[in-house]
Ligand binder design. Structure first.
Ligand code: FEO
Length: 172
């Protein structure tokens, strides 16, 4: 059964949003790198790779369903930060926005009884829940421990340990 135009349109748009997310997190990584916080920078570099994986997974889903996606222009993340907390807060706000987009994709699929796409999107719905939790935890940690140099150093060490693992979205 072919995907409907409404479904391919929102999924094609979502590829672009995921690529923007990757760009956005690279700018966060650049900010922290410049601050000398290489662990935070590492965390967001890994996150940027995960977002690229999300884009690739949706692209693959469209191709496997006989639809050729279109790569649109990616917006420039135009953000400047005044404190180490600000990227973390912007990250949570962004993930909540992306959750809304994923839910919208799901609703469009649901409205045309596209069970296959709904099943595909289930993974993304769960992932968004995890990403919002991670973003909230990072804000909490920064507020609790980031205000003194030793606490910030320990947090940075913790985030340095994050290792990129190819997203399971690519094997859906
Ligand atoms: Fe792929 Fe965090 O959205």
């Amino acid at each position: 059964m072919a995907l409907t135009e409404d479904v391919t349109t929102v999924l094609n748009e979502q590829i672009n949003k995921e690529l923007y997310s990757s760009y956005l997190y690279l700018t966060f990584a650049d900010y922290y790198e410049d601050r000398g916080l290489k662990g935070f920078a590492n965390w967001y570099e890994v996150q940027a790779k995960e977002e690229m994986d999300h884009a690739l997974a949706i692209r693959r889903y469209l191709l496997d369903n006989d639809f050729k996606p279109t790569m649109e222009a990616i917006a420039k993340p135009d953000m400047t930060f005044e404190s180490d907390l600000e990227p973390l807060e912007a990250g949570l706000e962004h993930e909540e926005y992306v959750t809304g987009l994923i839910h919208h994709c799901y609703e469009v699929a649901h409205s045309v009884h596209d069970v296959r796409t709904m099943k595909f999107l289930d993974w993304f719905v769960s992932e968004q829940g995890e990403e919002e939790t991670n973003a909230r935890d990072m804000i909490t940690n920064m507020k609790l421990f980031g205000c003194d140099p030793k606490g910030l150093y320990d947090l940075d060490r913790e985030y340095q340990a994050r290792v990129y693992v190819q997203s399971t979205a690519l094997t859906l």
